[in-house]
Design a protein around this ligand. Structure first.
Ligand code: GCW
Length: 665
């Protein structure tokens, strides 16, 4: 069966000219070789976009051309790496770029403006990426399944093989258009065939894929099985200090880098959720990461080492062990020991991609180690691309968080961009939400996250609203009324989701393993360390000085702020404190009343979103309209289930009735 797929925000359908056609008729390149892959692709894209949107086929101007309307010129002096400047003077549009990636990003910027029907004549803009590394991580398995994937199967793998087709090129165009410059194609849980990606069995295909990426300025990365030596017929150990193990990796990496061009390096999940790692051999995380890093260094390779290391066989009776502490406790002591081509990749929160949790204290806690932020665009705990949950506001909140690691430049955005400590190996990665569904992301509106993450990683100062507006205009409609309606839906969606799910930062309460839908006690008596600790008097995890002491992992004044129930931000109240149901919130409501109210409100808000959506029938493309409508119907079911289970649970635990006398079971 032939698979089809949409072009998302690069669909290049007919647009109002807005005076733009005049600029893109003849284009002249200065200082760039139009035959070089990335520049050639940029030129191809410009032709494709302009002819689709404006009905003009741009021509390449020769050296002798008197008055080209658009000039794409090299400027590595005043424009930084991967950056570009667009300006318009005397009827000539100028795109100056520092390098080939800059040309590509600049061209996509021009196309974006055309797609948004904005006049090019008014542009003067210098765009340089805020983060050196801007990556998508795919959790795709080689059998074609995707761990935490909600939009079909993998388009990278099928039945143990790599797929190289037109869709891969479209994927590369898509992510390059928002500035992504690195992609990990396989799941961090590297098992079975995936371990063999670094062998002869797959080199030819991996190289082919890597070349496609190279044409769009994207470095290929692979997830690595730390125990590869044992599984690929090497030494019977993966001890990072063992001479035979080191020798085996040296030979292996020499081979891999020789066979696979454009390889950026490797992502490693070690000693995490049953994956092998240096702890097995009594070695440290730094021992493991540095061993690999030293070996890939001659090839310019980077080792991205995940910090998702915690005890996943905890006893729920144990109140002292706190999963939130684990990342920091496992990595802080060796700050400064990691070599300079190691980057520690840290999830935004200390638990796991919940709808609301504190910011990981490791970010900025580490002062002498390269750090990268990891967020999840795939909606594992945030509605699985059935429920609408625009995540850019959440990501911005994390990036804006003031760590107090230094007197200035101390936000998470500063730290992970490398501004705080002046390091180059830094950036942001996101677990991607795509699959081989026709619309790529299951719910068409979930593509706003796919788009938005890249835009935000490139230009952190963009607001969630600006990003949403761009995406809507490029994907669904430029009609202002429609744009406003959809942007509002997106912007309110995270809080709505939060309202009908788990309250005030406590998280979880999800169906075990699947993580969609409510199960209040689903993880309460399990080994995973994700408890709410509800009893008949109250709920929440005491992470203060009297509890697990987690608050002390933050710098002051954050530590004291979180420690004191009076200053702890209320949206994180239950993350840091065990609180009586009768505790009075700033709103003047008791905790229990807040739980009831927010759950009723959450469902009402979903109903309101559905009314808005129904009003857009005929104003957005039919397919998208129908898919989204169906998703909203499922979201409403889910929201009601959450409301009723959570409210009933806490009514039964507390014995306190809803002041409004609404139906609780
Ligand atoms: O959130 C958990 C997921 C796992 C995932 C793990 C991780 C890839 O439930 O499916 O494994 O995080 O981030 O490694």
């Amino acid at each position: 069966m032939e698979k089809k797929w949409t072009q998302l925000w690069l669909k290049y359908d007919k647009k109002q000219d807005a005076g733009n056609g005049a600029f893109v008729q003849t284009v002249k390149f200065c200082g760039f070789d139009t035959k070089a892959a990335v520049v050639a692709n940029a030129w191809k894209e410009l032709q494709r976009g302009v002819s689709g949107m404006l009905g003009i086929v741009p021509a390449l101007a020769g050296d002798g051309t008197e008055n080209p309307k658009m000039v794409i010129a090299l400027d590595a002096e005043t424009v930084k790496k991967e950056g570009y400047r667009i300006s318009c003077n005397d009827g000539c549009l100028k795109l100056e770029a520092a390098d080939e990636n800059g040309v590509l990003y600049g061209v996509f910027h021009v196309l974006r403006l055309i797609a948004m029907e904005q006049p090019l004549s008014k542009v003067t803009i210098l765009c340089e990426p805020d983060n050196p590394m801007r990556m998508y991580n795919h959790w795709d398995n080689m059998d074609g399944s995707i761990e935490r994937g909600y939009s079909g199967n993998s388009f990278f793998f099928e039945k143990g093989e790599l797929i190289i087709d037109e869709r891969i090129t479209d994927y590369a165009r898509m992510v390059a258009s928002v500035g992504i410059n690195g992609v990990v194609i396989n799941n961090v849980n590297v098992k079975d065939e995936a371990t063999w990606l670094i062998t002869d069995r797959y080199f030819a295909k991996v190289a082919e894929l890597s070349n496609v990426f190279a044409g769009y300025g994207i470095k290929l990365f692979l997830s690595l099985n730390y125990a590869a030596p044992l599984e690929l017929g090497g030494p019977d150990s993966a001890d990072p200090l063992d001479e035979d193990v080191i020798a085996w990796w040296k030979t292996k990496m020499a081979e891999v880098f020789a066979k696979v061009p454009n390889l950026g390096g490797f992502l490693v999940k070690a000693d995490s959720e049953g994956r092998p790692g240096p702890f097995t051999y009594g070695r440290t995380q730094a021992d493991g990461a540095n061993m690999l890093a030293d070996i890939v260094k001659p090839y310019g390779g980077i080792i991205i080492w995940r910090c998702f290391v915690y005890n996943c066989t905890q006893d729920w009776r144990d109140y002292k062990t706190d999963r939130a502490r684990a990342g920091y406790d496992n990595f802080i002591e060796m700050d400064g020991d990691y070599h300079d081509n190691v980057i520690l990749q840290i999830k935004n929160g200390p638990m796991d991609f919940q709808i609301r949790e504190a910011v990981s204290p490791l970010l900025g806690g580490l002062k002498k180690t390269n750090q990268m932020l990891e967020v999840q665009v795939a909606q594992e705990y945030t509605g699985q691309q059935i429920d609408l949950c625009y995540l850019i506001p959440l990501f911005k909140e994390v990036l804006d968080f003031k760590t107090y690691c230094k007197p200035e430049n101390d936000t998470v955005a500063d730290v992970v961009s490398g501004r705080t400590y002046g390091n180059k190996n830094a950036g942001i990665a996101a677990v991607c939400n795509t699959g081989n569904d026709e619309n790529w992301t299951g719910n068409d509106l979930a593509a706003a996250n796919f788009y938005g993450f890249g835009r935000l990683a490139f230009t952190t100062s963009l607001s969630a609203e600006e990003i949403a507006e761009e995406w809507v205009k490029m994907s669904l409609s430029c009609e202002q009324e429609v744009v406003d309606a959809i942007v509002n839906l997106l912007l309110g969606s995270r809080e709505t989701y939060e309202k009908y799910t788990s309250p005030l930062g406590i998280g979880w309460m999800v169906t075990p393993h699947y993580h969609y839908g409510p199960s209040v006690d689903g993880y309460e008596y399990s080994r995973w360390g994700t408890y709410h600790r509800a009893d008949h008097l109250g709920l929440g995890v005491d992470r203060t000085d009297n509890g697990t002491g987690y608050v002390r992992q933050y710098y002051e004044p954050n530590a004291s702020m979180y420690n004191d129930i009076k200053t702890c931000p209320e949206e994180l109240l239950l993350f840091f404190h065990h609180v009586p149901y009768t505790h009075m919130l700033k709103s003047g409501k008791t905790l229990i009343q807040h739980i009831y109210d927010s759950h009723f409100e959450g469902v009402e808000e979903v109903e309101a979103m559905i009314r808005v959506w129904n009003g857009l029938e005929g104003k957005v493309p039919f397919c998208a309209y129908e898919v989204i409508k169906e998703r909203f119907a499922r979201q409403l079911q889910n929201a009601k289930e959450w409301r009723d289970q959570v409210n009933s649970y806490f009514y039964r635990k507390s014995g306190i009735a809803d002041e409004m006398g609404r139906r609780i079971y």
